[in-house]
Design a protein around this ligand. Structure first.
Ligand code: FAD
Ligand code: FES
Length: 280
């Protein structure tokens, strides 16, 4: 982790309130793990605290952040232009236990080699932000000899959105060889219903598989739904990326503590990625 300054290359409007920002940093590109985040100092006068934002994807030394404007900090960030200086601390936190090496065994349940485990990425709305970087990591550490069609059968991403206009990053996951399924609340694209209902359907379809690893990010209510859904499947593990208000982002202030089965834990230091079974 380092404090560094980088120049914004661009900030593109993706949807009415969703923006993609890119800057270059060889250090972050080399050292970041999927699920880690950056603390950005947006405007020294307007916002005191830094804002935590996930690493969305990395191409070469280009680092991308996908964000929704929620309040003052993200609104100001959406107005950054090419050449503006970004004050960054990162990469921070504990990321997903992704396949760091081919044949690595899962530390979660079952102990199957992770290379044999189908992976299901579940994104609720902007929860897609850290999952694309995870998909990149999975893709790059897979057996490169594997045919794209085999990968499609094995790895799935479920994208949840209110309507078809709000579906994010679909083509990017497809390019990485993921089978991409969409759930919309209003049924304007794909499955009509929530992304967790779609997950339930998918799991019943693959329940003969020895194991599956789920990686999820989205609103907190989504996590309790997933917990109920995977209960009948002891061979299915799930890691979730947790969003919480943050103060320092460095493990100092305790402002981000949540209660887990192992006591209070700091989202910024012990997370933001947790095993779902740990979350109370
Ligand atoms: C580890 C982590 C990774 C994140 N990654 C992303 C990302 O990739 N893209 C993205 O758009 N957002 C992400 N967030 C949420 C993002 O940090 C907040 O949206 C942002 O800090 C809001 O700042 P603001 O000044 O615009 O809003 P504020 O004026 O500070 O708050 C406006 C509203 O935003 C919500 N909010 C504020 N801070 C948070 C927070 N930390 N978590 C959840 N809700 C919050 C609250 O509802 C609040 O009322 C992440 C949060 C965490 C903890
Ligand atoms: S935000 Fe300060 S300890 Fe986590």
């Amino acid at each position: 982790m380092k404090r560094l300054e980088a120049k914004v290359e661009f900030v593109d409007k993706i949807k009415s309130d969703v923006f993609l920002l890119m800057f270059k940093s060889g250090y972050i590109a080399k050292s970041a793990k999927a699920g880690q985040f950056l603390q950005l100092k947006v405007d020294k006068r307007a916002t005191i605290l830094r804002r935590p934002l996930s690493i969305h994807k990395i191409n070469g030394s280009s680092v991308y952040i996908l964000f929704r404007t929620r309040g003052r900090g993200t609104l100001l960030l959406s107005r950054y232009r090419a050449g503006d200086a970004l004050d960054i601390i990162g990469p921070l936190g504990k990321g997903f236990t992704a396949p760091s090496a081919f044949g690595e065994t899962s530390p979660l349940r079952g102990g199957h080699p992770t290379s044999c485990v189908p992976r299901i990425l579940v994104a609720g709305g902007l929860g897609v932000a850290p999952l694309l970087f995870l998909a990149q990591k999975i893709r790059h550490t897979e057996d490169r000899r594997q045919r794209t069609e085999d990968r499609k059968e094995k790895h799935i991403v479920l994208l949840g959105a209110k309507s078809k206009k709000e579906v994010l990053a679909e083509s990017e996951f497809k390019k990485l060889g993921f089978k991409t399924l969409v759930a919309t609340d209003d049924g304007s694209r794909g499955f009509k219903g929530t992304v967790t209902e779609l997950l339930k359907k998918q799991l019943s379809a693959i329940s003969r598989q020895p194991s599956a690893s789920i990686y999820a990010c989205g609103p907190k209510e989504m996590f309790s739904e997933i917990k109920k859904i995977i209960e009948p499947y002891p061979q299915v593990s799930c890691q979730v990326s947790f969003e919480q208000f943050m103060g320092c982002g460095l493990g100092v202030c305790c402002g981000c503590a949540i209660e887990t089965t192992g006591g209070y834990k700091k989202v910024c230091k012990d997370g933001p990625v947790f095993d779902l079974q740990e979350i109370k």
